[in-house]
Design a binder for this molecule. Sequence first.
Ligand code: NAD
Length: 416
Amino acid sequence: MGQTVFIPRELDANEPRVAASPDTVKRLAGLGFDVTVEAGAGTASRIPDEEFAKAGAAIGKAGDVAKADVVLKVRRPGEAELKAYRPGTAVIAIMDPYGNDAGVAALASAGVTAFSMEFMPRITRAQSMDVLSSQANLAGYQAVIDAASEYDRALPMMMTAAGTVPAAKVFIMGVGVAGLQAIATARRLGAVVTATDVRPAAKEQVASLGAKFLAIEDEEFKAAETAGGYAKEMSKEYQAKQAALTAEHIAKQDIVITTALIPGRPAPKLVSAAMVASMKPGSVIVDLAVERGGNVEGAASDQVVTTANGVKIVGHLNVPGRVAASASLLYARNLFAFVETLVDKATKTLAINRDDELVKATMLTDGGQVVHPAFAGKPAMMIASSEHARPAAAKKPAAPKKPAAARKPKTSGGIA
Ligand code: NAD
């Protein structure tokens, strides 16, 4: 009998994704693992137990985690869940450790070897393991779909015998992975797309997707990209110039999608209440940065706010989870690609090389200790300044815990 990989059902009611697919179950079996999937783990991602079983998995129960050598998850297991885990088990998930000291301590106390997938270095070798990219890509796509469904007009230009419907104007603010996919999706739907970013590299990428780039291209802009490819926090002066430029533009837009993030900082505020007030009734803003404090004044976590002038501000949480069936397939492949590097192909057993740069970058706890350098014995302030302090590094508003049934966005009479 081989070692066992266990895939639990996610307990968080706001998490419809699952950490394996029938495809990765087959691949894990190919590596020599026995795979057990908890009954119902794939239901919210449209993967029935039978599909996992056909791929070679045993369908088990939550308690089977006690027999696992490797546990694949979407979210960090909580203290109660960890009680059933065996010390030494490798647990791989999006651990969201920043600001969650108790959760990290619980992983260490349980004695598990926990890996935080969001810390995967963005190097060529690890591209197939980049969960931030795979999930942000889908979030960018879904942001446009959400905007289109809130926007009660057509997006493409339509020339008919009864007259012409003009194309919707869509403005994307922040063109990293999510923003680029949002541009591509909006273009496919026939919108006229413009985009902005503070990194010069974005200019060519925007143009290559057939959108128009709009930015203050001064000396500060030329130096805005860090060695890691991320954006710096811009000066107050730059922010004021950027706001003046975008204010005029936003007033003419039908849809604005914001995705701007700065590692280790709260999301930059790009759209003020005055800008929102300048938009036409029925315009839509989607704030993908809402989990990190939001780019848009008046955006609210997990709500669709309608302003006094009839603009809708969409602030869905866990946007990749809104396309869970697609997001799970990619996430599962990201995890498999990482697991493959942890296995000795000759003996077909887990052989974690603690000197491997991918292991060093992602390992959070091991042998009862917190081992990640950003956490082991360092004060919280230092953690927040790390470039790898990505999604959860900045203070984020507490995500309301709601049952799955309550995930449907609420409409409220938000900002004036
Ligand atoms: P991110 O999620 O950190 O930020 C999203 C975007 O917001 C970025 O493009 C950023 O420049 C922009 N932004 C920040 N402040 C802004 C402001 N004030 N105004 C306007 N825009 C602002 O970014 P990401 O999607 O993770 O991508 C970051 C970089 O990493 C990009 O250069 C991307 O191409 C690169 N990347 C590399 C790899 C790889 O090499 N494997 C994989 C994915 C992404």
